[in-house]
Design a protein around this ligand. Structure first.
Ligand code: C2E
Ligand code: MG
Ligand code: MG
Length: 470
């Protein structure tokens, strides 16, 4: 993941920060016969500046007399990203193919440049409206996708295109690129694969926070913490849930994982976030195992990921990469997951199950699932929502919460349902011994809560488990 920006050199001269592009001849002009498709990124920004200047002052127009023009950021998502870490060649090969194709499709006057191995900046001086931009984007997605099928055994490339139009989405080169860049992130989550920029979005606080999140993701500033789970039948802490943490710079308020996840969903960062959590968890899991700590670890999978057909392959590749047995990984989904596209999600759940991973239904009892769906989900576990667990214990003044009776019945019923479906149950949010004993007495199999163990950074895991070794 990357973004286009100018670094201000000491001389004041602007230069573009780009990752090294493949060594190929540079060409500012499009040529029909030429494989040397690359416009030099260093000439592209000044060119964009010049175009803005001309159109702003009316010294240049499109052939139809309009001042508008389009800037696209094309991000290439590959289905082999985990593998690609080790196989840069496949990324290069994919980019190569895309660029050759682009050089054929584009019109004279169009320019593009590469940013690293998975991003392209494209300037279309004749595309002056969102309507035309959408037509071009659709054509590009179709064409590029079609060409990608026979790449390598693993690679499938899907372009995500963000389109910004001058002057609606930005008044200068930076604004236009930033707007197109943000739109390309959103495009990732759409089925069609392209998005027009949102007007004025750059001004909002949420957009700033999402940019921060993107930087945190890219810079590896996000963390995964683990919360222990106690198997009450064996008395052993044999599992844990991975929870996202976003430590921020001093002076900035902490952001809850719920907000971070929402932002990631909205701005198309979810695939990257999931990759990050998945790979961090599996890497740690492999290391724990080498040190004799065999934990099952659960990660939370958001609804949008469960409609992404590449998820099972991603999980499989990550398991292979870190050499972790699939049953050591639990994927937690929520009931509402099925609301996006039930049939598709169910199919993906079954694929994940076939890989051998465990599946858990999180926050059970608060969502929208019905028995009809429950029956069709290949689940191993139900997690009882904290809502039904937190009011079970006696209050400090000796009285009981009026909700307690009702909640006890709900907890008992959920445990019953789970056992009837051959699943086991996890009680979340257990904060004291009385609650632990109550849910244990009702037949709950696993306890997760502040009483048995709070979420902790990975650096504390070894010592915590060593102290509780059976
Ligand atoms: P969740 O998956 O239901 O996770 C359990 C939440 O309950 C965690 O909050 C945990 O810290 C908290 N918790 C555990 N024991 C207790 C307790 O005894 N009392 C109380 N009051 N709370 C307890 P956290 O870490 O703030 O995460 C909130 C939610 O954010 C998670 O709910 C999950 O839906 C989401 N989330 C966290 N990490 C990720 C992630 O990596 N990916 C995705 N997609 N979602 C995540
Ligand atoms: Mg969870
Ligand atoms: Mg939960």
């Amino acid at each position: 993941m990357s973004f286009w920006s100018r670094g201000q050199a000491a001389s004041g001269a602007a230069s573009l920060r780009v990752a090294a592009a493949p060594a190929r001849p540079l060409a500012a002009e499009r040529r029909d016969d030429a494989p040397d498709y690359q416009a030099d990124p260093d000439v592209l920004l000044p060119m964009l500046d010049e175009l803005v200047r001309q159109r702003r002052w009316g010294s240049g127009t499109t052939s139809s007399g309009s001042a508008g023009f389009a800037v696209f950021v094309i991000e290439l998502r590959r289905s082999d990203r985990t593998q690609a870490l080790a196989r840069v060649d496949s990324a290069r090969a994919a980019m190569d193919l895309v660029c050759r194709r682009l050089a054929k499709i584009l019109r004279p006057g169009d320019r593009f440049a590469l940013n690293g191995v998975d991003e392209i900046l494209l300037i279309l001086p004749e595309v002056d409206s969102t309507g035309r931009a959408l037509l071009v984007a659709r054509r590009l997605v179709d064409d590029l996708q079609e060409r990608m099928v026979d790449l390598t055994t693993y690679t499938r490339v899907r372009p995500a295109i963000g389109c910004a139009i001058f002057p609606a989405h930005g008044d200068n080169a930076e604004e236009l690129i930033a707007a197109a860049d943000r739109a390309s992130r959103t495009a990732r989550t759409t089925r069609e694969g392209y998005r027009i920029a949102v007007r004025g979005e750059h001004a909002t606080e949420a957009a700033q926070l999402s940019a921060d999140l993107e930087v945190a993701l890219e810079g590896n500033h996000l963390q995964v913490w683990l919360q222990p789970q106690l198997n009450v039948r064996t008395g052993i802490f044999d599992a844990a849930e991975a929870l996202l943490r976003w430590p921020r710079a001093e002076g900035l308020s902490p952001v809850s994982p719920i907000v971070a996840v929402e932002l990631a969903e909205k701005h198309g960062l979810m695939p990257d976030l999931t990759q990050f959590v998945l790979n961090t968890v599996l890497r740690e899991s492999a290391q724990f195992r080498q040190r004799g700590l065999d934990l099952r670890i659960a990660i939370n999978v958001s609804a949008s990921m469960l409609t992404d057909a590449t998820l099972p392959r991603t999980v499989q590749l990550a398991l292979e990469l870190w050499d972790v047995p699939p049953d050591r990984l639990t994927l937690e989904v929520t009931e509402n997951t099925l609301m996006v596209d039930a049939e598709r999600s169910l199919a993906i759940l079954h694929e994940l199950k076939q890989l051998g991973t465990r599946l858990s239904l999180d926050d059970f009892g608060t969502g929208y699932s019905s028995f009809a769906y429950l029956r069709r989900m290949p689940l191993d576990e139900l997690k009882i929502d904290q809502l039904f667990v937190r009011n079970l214990s006696t209050l400090p003044d000796g009285s009981v919460n009026p909700q307690r009776e009702g909640d006890l019945r709900i907890v008992r019923s959920i445990i019953d349902i789970a056992h009837n479906f051959d699943m086991h149950t996890v009680a979340e949010g257990v904060e004291d011994e009385e609650t632990l004993e109550l849910v244990k007495g009702l037949g709950c199999d696993v306890i997760q809560g502040y009483f048995t163990g709070r979420p902790m950074p990975l650096s504390q895991v070894d010592a915590w488990w060593r102290e509780r070794r059976p």
